[in-house]
Design a protein around this ligand. Structure first.
Ligand SMILES: *[C@@H]1O[C@H](CO)[C@@H](O)[C@H](O)[C@H]1NC(C)=O
Ligand SMILES: *[C@@H]1O[C@H](CO)[C@@H](O)[C@H](O)[C@H]1NC(C)=O
Ligand SMILES: *[C@@H]1O[C@H](CO)[C@@H](O)[C@H](O)[C@H]1NC(C)=O
Ligand SMILES: *[C@@H]1O[C@H](CO)[C@@H](O)[C@H](O)[C@H]1NC(C)=O
Ligand SMILES: *[C@@H]1O[C@H](CO)[C@@H](O)[C@H](O)[C@H]1NC(C)=O
Ligand SMILES: *[C@@H]1O[C@H](CO)[C@@H](O)[C@H](O)[C@H]1NC(C)=O
Ligand SMILES: *[C@@H]1O[C@H](CO)[C@@H](O)[C@H](O)[C@H]1NC(C)=O
Ligand SMILES: *[C@@H]1O[C@H](CO)[C@@H](O)[C@H](O)[C@H]1NC(C)=O
Ligand SMILES: *[C@@H]1O[C@H](CO)[C@@H](O)[C@H](O)[C@H]1NC(C)=O
Ligand SMILES: *[C@@H]1O[C@H](CO)[C@@H](O)[C@H](O)[C@H]1NC(C)=O
Length: 642
């Protein structure tokens, strides 16, 4: 694993003195969208001020400024380049931030961009009245080394996680500041085995174009010298709140947490300090959060001169036996979670949705068909995505991004082995799993954590999912854990999770190769099924020949949309039957949208064609909830299969 020698970098950085402003940009290629293989209705609406929303709704400050927009970029040519930063120089191309370098929206649309320089300049707004300047990144894939005004100001590893650099000692408030970022993203190049989800340098079939670079928002904000660094809030259906407010310094004088009812902006609870330790208090007669009633409460935290706003929802997730069957419970009741495999890929932005409206369009589509859940598949989205799920009432099964899935290498003795993490890579996977839980656990909509998908990156010489599940539960005792969704289940976690295409095998007395028999001591769910495809027309396809060549690897292709809807009806009816007869407690339909060579979405990849017959799907999905509700009724409970 590569680690920059910070001493070396600092020595060089300090040697670089003269910075030249303003820059010469005459020879820099101007920004324009590069025509992607497929557009969306939003592609040409993005403009050059993308993602203007405050990016961190659960720790929001009022004095802030977005640094999103046009930066400059150039290929850094090697890892050693980090030791000779191009301070004060003109980089070769303009680039849109945030974006993936491989996307049309970036203006670059390159590939194999493993090392990059990004540059911008900024001034500190006169409205910044506090002592400190914090520089925030929503996510950079995969490693970022930050230089401010010629000095190394920080390093971060992990492509899905937000980080903050205290820029105070590096910035000048009376002039222009140079921000230079070195990014290293090896994706699945040898010898790296890192969390990448569905990204690959060689896209084919179910693995897609990778994302490199600064793919989520960048912003600066003003904070006092002792400021709130993190806010962790968990709120239960009984009105109990557990909160930890972390601060940059030791002073905790004047720490106050207020809970505000959005109905009338009235303060319904106030709690005073201390900081940096867990505290518990209660809010009387709360309205609980659920997919049908996604009630949220605002939170205001003050610490001396620092004030941040946040929100939460009151709900309790647990499991328990209902009429003899192990069920997932929301606020003490069996709620049948039914969602889609939600990949979060875009033909114009790859990992970065073109804008918030586009991102929310996917969620509204799910909601309008009656889904109450989505499985965020081996990717982590911007905080605004989870905020939308919290507001709209969509439960989230959150996957950990997988390590280098399904790849093999040939050893010198001609043995072919599956690429799995070595001990150091496994430790790094575990460290990033911690980051995932800590970053995402304040979102009320997250219902379950998923550790491994279909054995990808899952060592089998021992069963790492047991220790990882214990760790997840230690970090978050308030959620359920799906330790292995599909394939190698050794009994860890809360779910007995089957994957099967096209028809489901949910909590049922039948199963197939690579899956395990339903285990009645855990919750039986169908972690993936469906996957039926329909090839609409070239106008809605990712127009890349390699992708088009793999369409025929779809589990099932239906020749017309009518046939596709007929098949959807049959498969949902199958799942319905498994709820009625067996122990099926939840399901995940593959998938929200087409992606590259996959044509099995509810929506095409460009989001322009919605395949479902809405009335039929709504009725079929409602039938699932009704069947599940009937199973909670002791007098009508069907016998279980076993
Ligand atoms: C810009 O390009 C011109 C023509 O290609 C070249 O003569 C000039 O030296 C370049 N300027 C810089 C600053 O690189
Ligand atoms: C980027 O640099 C690498 C390493 O020098 C090189 O292999 C690659 O072709 C370059 N890519 C582009 C788009 O310039
Ligand atoms: C900014 O302030 C510094 C320190 O006071 C001073 O040396 C510098 O000349 C000032 N720069 C500008 C552009 O005013
Ligand atoms: C708060 O923490 C206590 C002690 O760990 C735990 O029993 C309780 O369930 C937590 N409540 C919530 C709402 O997370
Ligand atoms: C907090 O207090 C501890 C012990 O008194 C001290 O070692 C540490 O430096 C202080 N940290 C800050 C940020 O002031
Ligand atoms: C609550 O306060 C917000 C922000 O000040 C305001 O936009 C909103 O209209 C208020 N809502 C009610 C119900 O008063
Ligand atoms: C090939 O080499 C690997 C790694 O050294 C070893 O584990 C494996 O047993 C070898 N296979 C054969 C057939 O010799
Ligand atoms: C799928 O299509 C590709 C290219 O059109 C072809 O080479 C391949 O044989 C086809 N595979 C199957 C299973 O039909
Ligand atoms: C899908 O449609 C495209 C465009 O019409 C066509 O080139 C391709 O052969 C089709 N593939 C399958 C498997 O239907
Ligand atoms: C439970 O079953 C009884 C007897 O069949 C029926 O009257 C009642 O409506 C059912 N309740 C629910 C919630 O399905």
């Amino acid at each position: 694993m590569y680690l920059p020698s910070s001493l070396q970098v600092l020595a060089l950085a300090n040697a670089a003195t003269a910075l030249h402003f303003p820059r010469q940009v005459t020879n820099t290629t101007k920004y324009a969208v590069k025509t992607p293989p497929l557009t969306t209705d939003w592609t040409y609406k993005v403009g050059t001020n993308p993602w203007p929303e405050y990016p961190r709704p659960q720790l929001q400050r009022s004095q802030w400024q977005s640094l999103n927009g046009i930066w400059t970029w150039q290929n850094a040519s090697s890892l050693d380049a980090v030791n000779s930063p191009p301070f004060g120089q003109t980089l070769s191309s303009e680039v849109l931030i945030p974006s993936c370098l491989e996307s049309g929206l970036s203006g670059i649309q390159g590939d194999y961009l493993l090392t990059s320089w990004f540059s911008t300049s900024f001034t500190i707004p006169s409205t910044f009245t506090q002592d400190r300047v914090l520089l925030n990144f929503g996510a950079v894939d995969y490693e970022a080394t930050i230089f401010i005004n010629g000095k190394n100001a920080g390093f971060h590893r992990g492509g899905y996680f937000a980080f903050t650099v205290d820029a105070t000692s590096y910035v000048r408030s009376n002039g222009t500041n140079e921000l230079l970022v070195f990014v290293h993203d090896p994706t699945d190049s040898d010898p790296y085995v890192i969390p990448i989800g569905k990204q690959t340098l060689k896209p084919s079939h179910i693995f897609y174009t990778p994302c490199s670079g600064i793919w989520q928002s960048v912003w600066i904000e003003s904070a006092p010298s002792n400021y709130i660094t993190d806010l962790q809030v968990a709120a239960g259906a009984n009105g109990q709140i557990n909160a930890t407010v972390s601060t940059s310094g030791n002073g905790t004088a004047g720490l106050k947490i207020e809970v505000i009812d959005r109905k009338d902006n009235s303060t319904v609870a106030t709690h005073d300090g201390p900081a940096n330790t867990a505290c518990t208090f209660n809010v009387d007669s709360v309205s609980t959060w659920s997919p049908d009633t996604p009630t949220l409460y605002d939170i205001k935290v003050t610490l001396g001169d620092d004030e941040v706003s946040s929100y939460t929802g009151f709900r309790t997730i647990s499991r328990g036996e209902v009429n003899g069957i192990e069920r997932p419970l929301l606020n003490g009741k069996f709620v049948f979670p039914f969602g889609t495999l939600d990949q979060g890929f875009w033909p114009d932005g790859i990992y970065t949705p073109p804008n918030r409206e586009a991102m929310v369009y996917d969620l509204q589509t799910l909601k309008s068909l009656g889904f109450n859940m989505l499985r965020k598949h081996i990717k982590v989205e911007t905080a605004l995505f989870y905020q939308a799920c919290d507001e709209m009432g969509l439960l989230v099964f959150q996957d950990m991004p997988s390590l280098r899935p399904l790849q093999q290498r040939t050893l010198s003795n001609c043995t072919i082995e599956t690429i799995l993490p070595d001990a150091t890579q496994q430790d790094e996977f575990a460290r990033q799993l911690d980051l995932l839980i800590i970053q995402q656990r304040p979102f009320p909509s997250i219902f379950s954590w998923v550790v491994y998908n279909e054995g990808w990156g899952q060592l089998t010489n021992y069963y790492p999912e047991f220790a990882l599940t214990d760790r997840v539960r230690q970090l978050d005792p308030t959620r359920l854990v799906d330790s292995t969704t599909g394939w190698y289940d050794h009994g860890a976690g809360d779910y007995s999770d089957n994957h099967h295409y096209a028809n489901p095998q949910c909590g049922s007395p039948f199963y197939s190769i690579d899956s395990s028999p339903y285990d009645p001591s855990r919750i039986g769910i169908q972690g993936e099924f469906g996957g039926i495809g329909q090839n609409v027309s070239i106008d809605h396809l990712w127009n890349v020949q390699e992708a088009i060549n793999t369409i025929n690897q779809t589990y099932e292709i239906d020749q017309t949309i009518d046939a596709w809807n007929y098949r959807g009806h049959r498969l949902l009816d199958d799942l319905h039957d498994q709820i009625v007869r067996y122990a099926c407690s939840g399901g995940i339909w593959t998938q929200t949208t087409d992606v590259e060579g996959e044509v099995n979405g509810l929506l095409t990849y460009d989001r322009r064609v919605l395949r479902p017959d809405v009335g039929q799907w709504k009725a079929d999905i409602q039938n699932l909830y009704d069947a599940a509700a009937a199973r909670t009724n002791a007098s009508t409970a069907a016998p279980t299969a076993s």
